[in-house]
Design a protein around this ligand. Structure first.
Ligand code: ZN
Length: 206
């Protein structure tokens, strides 16, 4: 911690909180819709600053209604706080924390998801934590292609899932560039990394 770290991320507010300073800029958001905040917000309320750069968090974006983030309406209504933060901070790394019920696991990881919903299937890393892309609407309209934008789905009521998600946030928070996270995945989860990269390239036509 340097002397410029005048903020810390420990807070009990649901609004945007910023800690650390300089680049890169990380934006982590949780509680995007419905009651997902119950499973995810805690992870951001007590998060420590990154070793380098600035971390901005929104622990609860919305704690009531449910609109899917795949619905373009989401980011202009329930999720407008996210767009405001992205436009003012221009994050290099953006992470959404979602949560899912175990009975939806098959649906989220279904290889046919791309044909059913227009977005690639989530990929399980470990302990019920799923890795996926963020919705095309925010990815394509609000970030450069160099940014790292990821979505983690955490299994509801699973302590193991929460713990592993916490570990992942620590990893992501210390990735200086997109390739650092890719390297981590390739080292720790080689087969999932291969699928994630294939999905990403296919999806964004790279
Ligand atoms: Zn969600």
């Amino acid at each position: 911690m340097g002397k410029n770290d005048i903020f810390n991320c420990n807070n009990t507010s649901n609004d945007l909180k910023i800690c650390g300073s300089g680049l890169p800029i990380y934006l982590f958001v949780a509680g995007l819709h419905g009651d997902e905040w119950r499973q995810t917000s805690e992870l951001l309320l007590n998060i420590n600053p990154p070793e380098n750069g600035t971390l901005a968090v929104i622990p609860i974006v919305n704690d009531g209604e449910y609109i899917s983030t795949l619905d373009d309406q989401y980011y202009t209504t329930l999720g407008s706080k996210i767009i405001d933060a992205v436009e003012s901070l221009h994050p290099d790394v953006y992470v959404e924390l979602h949560s899912y019920s175990a009975y939806n696991f098959a649906k989220l990881t279904d290889g046919e998801r791309i044909n059913k919903t227009g977005v690639p299937a989530y990929i399980e890393l470990r302990d019920g934590v799923l890795l996926g892309s963020v919705a095309p609407y925010i990815r394509l309209n609000h970030f450069s292609m160099d940014a790292l934008c990821i979505s983690f789905e955490i299994q509801k009521d699973s302590e193991r899932s929460i713990h592993f998600a916490e570990e992942l946030l620590d990893v992501v928070k210390n990735c200086i560039k997109r390739d650092d996270f890719v390297e981590y995945l390739e080292k720790m989860f080689p087969s999932q990394a291969k699928r994630a990269i294939e999905n990403y390239k296919k999806f964004y036509g790279l």
